[in-house]
Design a binder for this molecule. Structure first.
Ligand code: NAP
Ligand code: MN
Length: 266
């Protein structure tokens, strides 16, 4: 089996990376950064997101696992103290796989080009200056005209991140859905949006179309931000692709939610 390690780059993460590297190569596993079967990230959820985007072109071949060197993460859910047990498991046992849904975004620009991206947490549509004004279509039908700071479209596993800060619901990742949340929508007698987060099932495409001409938008995809002009529309749906996590022990989603947000005491 081939493995790679992405580190956050700080002293602690680097030394854990070196330790894992040493153990796994001692077990005769091959270090391969371009074509790993298992991509290990050491740092936080942010480091895991980077690792995901690095290998998002080969999700069928690469499974992921995260070790955290700071606070407990949703993706980085192994602690450094568990490394020896983890390494032995990786070396000795074929791993089980758990799949989580992803978000697919396609940006169509006025020059008739389109670009597709995958997000593990979410994508958001914002602007540096002025309000975001968008026509929102769901399944090809006009739904509303949004005016406000922006919109966030999140995956189930991303529902505990930006989405949660925007008042969205926490969604169990066994549900193949996407969730749309608003950022400070303008609501008065002239402008009206739904106001509540929306949860869409698989195959329901939502589309956002800029209303005003010559606008530049800030589009985020997880930790990445892009400035895009001349947008015709932005389309989102639950992706066909899924992320595969290497599973060596049970750590139920609701327990991660409790440990992260409520308390890790029993
Ligand atoms: P960051 O500023 O370090 O991330 C913000 C926080 O979100 C960090 O504590 C990060 O954990 C945590 N996080 C990442 N994914 C999560 C998940 N699925 N569930 C719960 N918490 C999660 O930037 P970053 O590390 O590059 O992460 C990018 C993410 O930040 C974006 O995808 C977005 O979800 C989130 N974000 C949140 C807000 C907000 O809450 N107001 C605003 C902008 C962006 P680590 O410390 O372990 O990295
Ligand atoms: Mn971070």
């Amino acid at each position: 089996m081939k493995f790679s390690i992405t580190s956050k780059g700080d002293h602690k993460s680097e030394s854990i990376k070196a330790l894992i590297y040493q153990y796994l190569t001692d077990f005769d596993l091959e270090y391969n950064e371009t074509e790993p079967d298992l991509a290990i990230s050491v740092g936080g959820d942010g480091t895991f997101l980077k690792s995901f985007h690095h290998y998002s072109h080969r999700l069928n071949q690469t499974a992921f696992i995260g070790v955290h060197t700071g606070h407990l993460g949703f993706y980085a859910d192994w602690v450094p103290e568990e490394i020896e047990k983890l390494v032995i498991d990786i070396a000795k046992n074929p791993f089980q796989v758990v799949e989580y849904p992803l978000l697919a975004m396609t940006i169509h620009t006025k020059d008739k080009k389109s670009k597709r991206y995958l997000a593990l947490n979410e994508s958001s549509i914002k602007k540096v200056e002025g309000s975001v004004v968008l026509d929102v279509d769901i399944k090809g039908e006009h739904f509303e005209r949004f005016r406000g700071d922006g919109l966030c479209i999140s995956t189930p596993s991303g529902s505990t991140a930006y989405n949660k800060a925007l008042g969205g619901a926490i969604i169990h990742p066994s549900l193949a859905t996407l969730q749309i949340t608003e950022m400070s929508s303008i609501n008065n007698r002239v402008y009206r949006t739904i106001g509540s987060p929306l949860i869409l099932p698989k195959h329901h495409i939502c589309e956002f179309k800029p209303v005003e001409e010559n606008q530049s938008f800030l589009l985020t995809i997880d930790h990445i931000t892009k400035s895009v002009v001349d947008i015709k529309s932005i389309e989102y749906q639950v992706a066909e692709e899924k992320i595969r996590f290497a599973r060596f022990r049970s750590f139920p989603f609701w327990k991660r939610v409790r440990d992260s947000f409520i308390s890790d005491e029993r």
